[in-house]
Design a protein around this ligand. Structure first.
Ligand code: NAD
Length: 492
């Protein structure tokens, strides 16, 4: 225990006493990194920033630990516990890194500039400017897919950013408080307390589970008069939820949801959304299609990713990207096809992997290694050039200089040999409510599937260990304890 306290203490001390920063060198290449998500932050974490003039641009001045975002919608976890300010992360770097809080609106690969927009609240105005780069990393992620279905954007909540989770948290309590208000008709109470989730991927499943927990553990006790009216429905177009998990875990999730009284509607495709209803088409076992209408109080839309406009715009400018649909096609070194000095990581890149945090994180780490190596290679090559030049000038030292050149060349051969990016899948985890989780884990070349309460403990410890900082870890533990002991905070 003493060791643990010492370790935490050391972490806190390091946080508060970083090494002094070294000023940026104007002779170095400018590396611009767009985004502060999994890909960009993993790159920053391991990048030797003294080799480049690094500029980070993102509209979000913090890293968000997205795996615990569904827990923020019900107050199991407070949102600040899973946010890490980018300024704190940059403070630990050896060389000065610039951060601009702004959104990249377009990229010109010919002029090598990024156009950025800053919507400054203090200034009350929009500032637009250009940032030139020598090397560019795009890690801007994706936006929410709506497939152009009418009414979705206007009426649904999404679950991607902190603001989305906060809005959902407010809306849940708005529905509950309105349903409990004087003289509501039974139909209106049923509508308000019907929470509809569209999309049976991990986001939709985890959110539905959290929502049912919130109701069972807190709302039911605090407002018993509405306890038999609250309902959660999960709508999925495919024949089952969690399509990326193994069959056994899909069945386990579906049966757990049945016990939790979460209604799963599979083979149900949403076609239209209004402010109070979801209109869908159910395909029956005989293949016949039937129209259904679900009145709802809260609608959460979790049907996956779509390409961001800034990425779409760049794809139009690069002929080699003509056939790519889901994002920037990259080669095995994550270089954007058709360019020489632009790399892409995470959900905006198409490298042949699922758009997950795990993939983005590994891609960022790979790029850090690649860039660190590129800088070392350049330094060694320059050294060899200098030594070769001095070889004839100082004949007495020829043997020593040749030895040095040889040593430099040996080092160069070793580091130049960077293997292409290879994703190593550690497994998939999802929380499914009532203190149960499912896990498809790859261990020693084998696959291991498990579901239940023990898996839930594994889920908790895995996510805790993955949190960005010691500070985040302590806050998350505190939130878990607090909501267990005192219940979730239902104030709006
Ligand atoms: P997803 O793409 O995994 O799932 C979206 C689901 O919505 C699909 O199953 C699709 O069939 C369904 N859908 C689409 N249109 C529909 C419609 N009109 N009506 C009904 N259903 C419709 O999306 P996600 O869950 O947001 O996940 C995005 C990515 O992030 C995935 O790669 C996922 O694996 C990853 N992720 C992983 C975790 C985890 O491992 N715990 C958590 C969240 C996200």
């Amino acid at each position: 225990a003493l060791g643990g306290v010492g370790w935490i203490g050391y972490g806190v001390y390091q946080d508060r006493h970083p090494e002094p920063q070294i000023e940026a060198d104007p002779t170095k290449k400018t590396l611009v990194i767009l985004g502060t998500g999994w890909g960009s932050v993993s790159l920053l974490k391991r990048l030797d920033t003294e080799n480049y003039n690094v500029i980070v641009i993102s509209p979000r001045n913090y890293f968000l630990f997205t795996p615990l975002l569904p827990s923020c919608t019900t107050g199991t976890i407070e949102h600040r516990s899973i946010m890490e300010p980018i300024r704190t992360i940059l403070r630990h770097k050896r060389a000065n890194v610039k951060f601009y809080e702004a959104e990249a609106s377009s990229i010109d690969p010919d002029r090598k500039v990024v156009r950025v927009i800053d919507n400054s609240e203090v200034k009350g105005a929009t500032v637009e400017t250009e940032v030139p780069y020598d090397m560019l990393v795009i890690g801007v992620g994706a936006e929410n897919a709506t497939f152009g279905i009418p009414g979705v954007r206007e009426n649904s909540c999404f679950l991607k950013e902190i603001a989305d989770a906060q809005l959902i948290r407010k809306k849940i309590m708005d529905c509950v408080e309105t349903a409990a208000f004087k003289d509501q008709s039974p139909e209106e109470i049923d509508r308000l307390l019907h929470m509809v989730v569209v999309g049976g991927g991990p986001t939709g499943v985890e959110f539905a589970g959290e929502l049912q927990d919130f109701f069972e553990e807190d709302i039911k006790k605090l407002i018993p008069d509405i306890s038999d009216r609250f309902r959660v429905t999960l709508i999925e177009a495919l024949p089952n939820v969690l399509p990326s998990f193994s069959k056994q875990l899909i069945e386990y999730t579906e049966s757990t949801f049945k016990e939790e009284k979460i209604d799963i509607k599979t083979k149900t495709m949403v076609k239209k959304v209004t402010d109070k209803t979801v209109e869908a088409e159910i395909t029956g076992p005989d293949g016949k299609k039937e129209k259904v209408v679900f009145p709802y109080g809260l609608l959460v839309w979790a049907t996956g990713n779509a390409v961001r406009p800034v990425v779409k715009d760049l794809m139009v400018r690069i002929p080699a990207q003509k056939d790519s649909r889901r994002g920037l096609a990259v080669n095995e070194y994550l270089v954007v096809q058709g360019t020489r000095d632009i790399w892409a990581v995470g959900d905006c890149a198409v490298a042949g992997y699922a758009p997950t945090a795990q993939v983005a994180g590994q891609e960022g780490t790979f790029l850090a290694r690649l860039f660190n190596n590129m800088a070392k290679t350049e330094a060694l090559e320059e050294n060899i050039r200098d030594l070769s030049g001095s070889l004839n000038l100082k004949p007495g030292n020829a043997a020593e200089v040749s030895r040095e050149i040889e040593e430099n060349e040996r080092q160069l051969r070793r580091i130049k040999d960077v293997k292409p990016f290879h994703y190593s899948h550690q497994g998939s985890l999802a929380y499914i409510g009532s203190e149960k989780a499912v896990a498809d884990v790859s261990w020693f070349n084998g696959n291991f599937a498990s579901g239940g309460s023990l898996t839930y403990l594994f889920w908790r410890s895995a996510y805790l260990s993955m949190c960005f900082s010691t500070r985040n870890r302590l806050l998350v533990i505190n939130d878990w304890l607090k909501s267990k002991l005192f219940g979730r905070d239902v104030s709006r």
